[in-house]
Design a protein around this ligand. Structure first.
Ligand SMILES: [Zn+2]
Length: 158
């Protein structure tokens, strides 16, 4: 029997799916890893919203959620909360001005995130081996000595 993954909507064999029981109902996911990543991202999402409410005041304005979701699609909520928490002071200072409308305030807040998150690098987690390996390769390439071309090499090329 096939069941549907609640995250990616893939159809999977029930006995191969990762099962979670919530309020006596079975929920199915492709695997434990997808479920745990999704939970972490959800947690980060709640933290981002809390942060936004701290800065903007609580709001039901749907443009806030839309803007945040748009940023998360590219950068993930995990990166967003890491960025926000690392830059609290600057953000609070930048937001310390008068806004005529709540919408303007929301746009200003999300523009700050958009402008900064691209350059923001998550601090390296020691457990993140995959990332470390990637970093090693980058370093290696960076420090490969490049042979300086001599005059005679240039002559040969032309
Ligand atoms: Zn899935």
């Amino acid at each position: 029997m096939l069941v549907k993954c609640r995250i990616c909507k893939n159809k999977i064999e029930r006995n191969e799916a990762y099962k979670v029981v919530v309020k006596n109902k079975n929920q199915y996911y492709c695997n434990a890893e997808e479920y745990s990543d999704w939970n972490k991202e959800n947690e980060s999402r709640m933290k981002v919203i809390d942060f936004a409410f701290e800065v903007l005041g609580e709001t039901t304005n749907t443009s806030l959620m839309k803007e945040l979701q748009g940023i998360a699609k590219i950068h993930t909520y995990k990166k967003m909360i890491n960025y926000l928490e690392s830059d609290v002071e600057n953000i609070v200072n930048a937001m310390d001005k008068h806004f005529e409308k709540e919408y303007a305030k929301i746009r200003y807040f999300t523009a700050i995130i958009k402008n900064s998150i691209g350059d923001f690098r998550d601090k390296i987690e020691e457990t993140d081996e995959e990332f470390m390996v990637e970093l090693d390769i980058v370093e290696e390439v960076k420090y490969t000595p490049t042979k300086k071309k001599s005059f005679s090499d240039l002559i040969d090329e032309y």
